[in-house]
Design a protein around this ligand. Structure first.
Ligand code: FE
Length: 245
């Protein structure tokens, strides 16, 4: 899981590729070549982060029918997706974290009522109605998962990465959180307690990472640049080197 980039594939391109890949699968199966079908399937599902193509196809089919019947405008759907892909994202959460690092009173409010404190910065709404912020300390490391599906705090983190929605992450984050963390490059000492938070439709979690050492002179804006999405999910630590670390 560690280091796997989320390829910026456009949504329509993704759906179109999924359709093409499945067509290839059918063609290969019709030729009676299991090996060829397997190979096509592997190409289509390259990497553990790839979403199942049947889901993409179902989405495409549903969208086509709704558009055909004039019930939705594709431009509206694209605008909503675009909003969550590029306008609402982890930079919002990073601003929340940076403020908590420099403003002790805000940090206290954030930990006691996450939803209200996050709303102070103007973030809230769908999938973020009930936010709980959990703080990492030298003795406690928090990790967020949704074992049931993919519940995620959209207003502060945007859309969930594919690995967050994957079955291996959802199960292993609970069964073997230290192993999962190691794969993300986080090795914790034995005496550090790991707390795993299972998101639900009602409650979404945000991790307040530890402020990295050596950042005492940084401004709030500079600090925000150090906060990564992964650190706010708990699969990484915030680093003085920021996102490149
Ligand atoms: Fe969920």
């Amino acid at each position: 899981m560690a280091g796997e980039a989320d390829a910026p594939v456009g949504r329509r391109q993704f759906l179109s590729d999924a359709a093409a890949g499945t067509a290839g699968l059918v063609a290969a199966s019709n030729m009676g070549s299991t090996a060829q079908a397997d190979q096509t399937a592997r190409q289509q599902n390259a990497g553990p982060q790839a979403a199942p193509s049947d889901v993409a196809l179902r989405v495409k089919a549903l969208e086509s029918i709704l558009v055909e019947k004039g019930m939705v405008d594709p431009a509206t759907i694209d605008a909503v997706i675009e909003t969550y892909e590029s306008k609402i994202g982890p930079r919002n959460g990073a601003r929340v974290i940076a403020k908590a690092w420099v403003d002790a009173a805000y940090r206290t409010r954030l930990l006691s009522d996450g939803t209200a404190a996050i709303a102070e910065l103007g973030y809230g709404g769908a999938q973020g109605e009930h936010m709980v912020v959990v703080e990492n300390t030298p003795a406690i490391h928090n990790l967020v998962v949704c074992t049931l599906c993919s519940c995620y705090p959209w207003p502060v983190l945007g859309l969930p990465p594919t690995w967050y929605k994957s079955a291996p992450y959802r199960s292993r984050a609970v069964i073997d959180p230290r192993g999962v963390l190691r794969e993300f490059g986080v090795t914790l000492a034995d005496d550090v307690q790991v707390r795993v938070w299972d998101s639900t439709a009602e409650i979404r979690y945000l991790v307040l990472p530890e402020r990295p050492p050596g950042t005492e002179r940084m401004t709030e804006e500079q600090l925000a640049a150090l906060v990564t999405r992964d650190a706010m999910v708990g699969v990484a630590k915030a680093s003085a080197r920021g996102a490149a670390a």
